[in-house]
Ligand binder design. Structure first.
Ligand code: NAD
Ligand code: IPM
Ligand code: MN
Length: 369
């Protein structure tokens, strides 16, 4: 069997900084667990634009389709703010998601005990939190037609269209129910069926998939605005949340603060199985390129490292090794190590981005002792 292949697209801003720490972890698995990956690297986002005049070169797109999994850092930054919309860094990431058909974006939000006092919410509200947001990723208002900025009489109109087919809703719902069965068996579906036809269809299809194939899973429906409030009021009421592309984007950033920092949230974007049985997959932190802290060694690499843990679990059938990596992260947090986004407590030990990566690798070593 050939080694599993990984394509690393570090991107912009803190992307390359956090990815450097993931590389240490990948190296550790090769050296200490005989889990050797064939790693290749390419450009995405602003970095690709600078080199090729496009945020995703066609060759990179082809390679992404061929590897077992893609790891992505982050894209974007102020340098690219004035570029034409069609070549903005974010378009590169959206093209990857769309052309790989990565319809299920898994965004877990877990509150590590060591960080429970660090959340902007009270300890009791977040301690022990473990929820999974399943965000539909390849449709909805991000991709619906018509779209654009058009002239209408004497003023311009900006247009985007929310559009969902029955099959798009069906497959997102199935992903959520399957995950729930391996967790606490509860799904809450969020939309705005009170004001949007796409929300009415969403609710109907999620209910149908449930009744036909997942009657054993507890299903509830909630308007997404109430969902946002409930996520802050009492997040532990949820197990799996399934929602559309835009609501999922917003709700997952909101959920990030339940864990203490946006720098903690990983994600997996999964599509249909490939010929080798592995799902098409891209793993990336939920956060962006953080231009305000880029180049200063302040970025928290944990979201990106935990994204690699998700790759071990969902692409490479290495659940026990994913558990090991997550436990290593938990250990360094319990030891009081904190990157700049998590400072403020008494007794914490400040570390740089690379200091955090080194500590996680040391904790992996210790797990073998
Ligand atoms: P952002 O997520 O980059 O940053 C928001 C805030 O969180 C900033 O204060 C930042 O310093 C902080 N932060 C984010 N990640 C952190 C980490 N790992 N460690 C410590 N602090 C962290 O969002 P933004 O500022 O709205 O966007 C900046 C750029 O990133 C934009 O161009 C945006 O389009 C892009 N973006 C890309 C992705 C992606 O590549 N997946 C996701 C979100 C935003
Ligand atoms: C995310 C980001 C992206 C999104 C952008 C950068 C395209 O915010 O992954 O959460 O809106 O999906
Ligand atoms: Mn986002």
């Amino acid at each position: 069997m050939p080694n599993p292949s990984l394509l690393i697209l570090s991107g912009d801003g803190i992307g390359p900084e956090v990815m450097a720490e993931v590389r240490k972890v990948i190296g550790w698995y090769g050296a200490k667990r005989d889990l050797v990956f064939d790693v290749s690297e390419d450009l995405v986002g602003g970095a690709a634009y600078d080199a090729h005049g496009t945020p995703l070169h066609d060759d990179t797109m082809t390679r992404a389709q061929e590897v077992d999994a893609v790891l992505l850092g982050a894209v974007g930054g102020p340098k690219y703010d004035d570029l034409d919309f069609s070549v903005k860094p974010e378009r590169g990431l959206l093209r990857l998601r769309k052309e790989m058909d990565l319809f299920a974006n898994l965004r877990p939000a877990q509150c590590f005990d060591a960080l429970a006092d660090f959340s902007s919410l009270k300890r009791d509200v977040v301690a022990g939190l473990d929820i999974m947001i399943v965000r539909e990723l390849t449709s909805g208002i991000y991709f619906g037609e018509p779209r654009g900025i058009i002239e209408d009489g004497n003023e311009r109109v900006g247009i985007n269209t929310q559009r969902y087919t029955e099959s798009e809703i069906d497959r997102a719902a199935r992903s959520a129910f399957e995950l729930a069965r391996k967790r606490r068996n509860k799904v809450c579906s969020m939309e705005k069926a009170n004001v949007m036809e796409s929300g009415i269809l969403w609710r109907e299809i999620v209910q149908k998939v449930h009744d036909e194939d997942y009657p054993d899973v507890e299903l509830s429906h909630m308007y997404a605005d109430n969902g946002a409030m409930q996520l802050v009021r009492a997040p532990k009421q949820f197990d799996v949340i399934v929602t559309d592309n835009l609501f999922g984007d917003i709700l997952s950033d909101c959920a990030a603060m339940l864990t203490g920092s946006l720098g903690m949230l990983p994600s997996a974007s999964l599509g249909a199985p490939m010929a080798n049985g592995r799902p098409k997959a891209l793993y990336e932190p939920v956060h962006g390129s953080a231009p305000d802290i880029a180049g200063q060694g302040k970025a928290n690499p944990i979201a990106c490292i935990l994204s690699f843990a998700m790759a071990l679990r969902y692409s490479f059938d290495q659940g026990a090794e994913a558990d090991r990596l997550e436990a290593a992260v938990e250990q360094v947090l319990a030891d009081g190590l904190r990157t700049a986004d998590l400072l403020g407590e008494e007794g914490a030990t400040p570390v740089s981005t690379s200091g955090m990566g080194d500590a996680i690798v040391a904790a992996l070593d210790a797990s073998l002792a």
